[in-house]
Design a protein around this ligand. Structure first.
Ligand SMILES: Cc1cc2nc3c(=O)[nH]c(=O)nc-3n(C[C@H](O)[C@H](O)[C@H](O)COP(=O)(O)OP(=O)(O)OC[C@H]3O[C@@H](n4cnc5c(N)ncnc54)[C@H](O)[C@@H]3O)c2cc1C
Length: 388
């Protein structure tokens, strides 16, 4: 893999300040520098949040700076999408992966494996952008254990001669695709947020504080894509993709599925919720989280948390938002008693509208918030819930 932005130190004064998320002068000088082409054109960096118009202006401008790399040669790409399923249903994240695969230009084959793979294959065949579905109906793949699943993807890839393998940057994708990359002896390109050509990809680094454009020289590209960066593929209507059953690959005895314990909730799933209400350390206890749940239920939102709240045991770790938690980009994100550390911002800064409630007017979260309420959360949140 060739890094187009090899050394931040070379940027001198233009290098980003360590983790300044202020969105103030730094952002402005960066925007100006990039727009006036003072930034070497092989380097793309973006400081955190600008107003959304500014963000898209900056992003589009930086994209044009590397225009020579864009859409150059969609000649030979042929993509295999690793489809995920749960409870015999296609996972929504696969639809995002299909959109990303489509951007590579060539034909798209989707692979689904599990005990009800034939049923899930029907939804896949009905997905816009999927040219062919390969399904492997076998209990052994039901839980996507990386040892067996990676070997299966490798076998199917070989069979169809795919040049790219695309999966979601989900827990399953992050579990399976690195093993596949190792089997193929290629480097995985993780958390891709943009596809500029068949070998040029855009991905965040430094917890989203900089955006790198990377070029891969590997013969086979294995990508995990950030689902919030690619819209879900829709239904294909009358034009159904052809489906083909395939046999299982050799299985390994390296791992075995025992059981899983999943916290159940009637609330919208955090990763795909259109509205998210998150609580931080300031909520103080599991009991204190009631105010967060009450507001979330009032507006039909999923519930998230900062790592500090999770580590303190106020809520389940499946609720963690951030660099080491889930990445969300809902229409509305309400951060309550959350300071706005960069690791938290990495998971929510692409939300369309951000509301922050914090008693400290200087809390960094206000620098990326569209609306802010300064005050004690235990007074403000119940009042807000009542008024909504
Ligand atoms: C490698 C690494 C990975 C990490 N990954 C993540 C991650 O994925 N997600 C994540 O969230 N963090 C992550 N962190 C931790 C992160 O650095 C912060 O420590 C964490 O986000 C802080 O959580 P917080 O904002 O809830 O707590 P604090 O930083 O303690 O902030 C609490 C905020 O609540 C406000 N407050 C206090 N009382 C009240 C009140 N009564 N009413 C209103 N406001 C009040 C305070 O003013 C303060 O701003 C990671 C750290 C590291 C090193």
């Amino acid at each position: 893999m060739v890094w187009l932005s090899p050394n931040l130190a070379d940027l001198g004064d233009l290098a980003p300040k360590t983790h300044d998320s202020s969105g103030g002068d730094d952002d402005e000088s960066w925007t100006n520098a990039i727009l006036s082409s003072k930034v070497p054109n092989k380097i793309m960096l973006r400081l955190p949040r600008l107003a959304s118009a500014g963000r898209s202006l900056l992003y589009n401008s930086t994209r044009s700076l590397i225009g020579s790399n864009r859409f150059s040669a969609y000649r030979l790409a042929s993509t295999l999408v690793f489809a995920e399923h749960k409870d015999s249903k296609l996972e929504e994240s696969t639809l995002n992966a299909v959109t990303a695969a489509r951007k590579l230009g060539g034909p798209v084959t989707a692979l689904i494996a599990g005990k009800d793979a034939d049923k899930v294959a029907v939804s896949l065949a009905d997905t816009e952008g999927v040219d062919k579905v390969v399904y492997v109906k076998d209990d052994a793949y039901e839980h996507s254990l990386p040892e067996d699943t990676a070997a299966l993807i490798r076998a199917i890839r070989e069979k169809i001669g795919a040049t790219h393998i695309v999966g979601a940057h989900s827990a399953t994708g992050k579990n399976v695709l690195p093993r596949l990359s190792a089997l193929l002896d290629v480097q995985q390109i993780s958390d891709v947020i943009g596809i500029e050509g068949e070998d040029v990809f855009v991905r965040p680094i430094y917890a989203g504080n900089a955006i790198a454009t990377v070029k891969s020289a590997d013969p086979i590209k294995v990508l995990t894509i950030r689902t919030t960066s690619f819209p879900a593929a829709g239904k294909s209507g009358d034009k159904k993709a052809e489906s083909e059953e395939s046999s299982a690959a050799d299985k390994s005895a390296l791992s075995e599925w025992k059981s899983e314990s999943i916290s159940k909730s009637d609330r919208p799933e955090l990763a795909s919720a259109k509205r998210v209400v998150s609580g931080g350390r300031a909520v103080k206890s599991a009991d204190g989280f009631k105010v967060i749940y009450e507001l979330a239920d009032k507006i039909g939102a999923g519930v998230g948390a900062s790592r500090a709240a999770v580590d303190a045991g106020y809520c389940d770790n499946s609720m963690q938002v951030g660099q080491t938690g889930k990445i969300v980009a809902p229409e509305l994100y309400v951060a309550i008693g959350i300071s706005g550390a960069i690791q938290h911002l990495a998971g929510m800064k692409d939300s369309k509208v951000i509301v922050a409630i914090n008693k400290d007017p200087d809390a960094p979260i206000f620098q990326i918030a569209d609306y802010g309420l300064v005050g004690d959360l235990f007074t403000i949140v119940p009042e807000l819930t009542k008024k909504l």
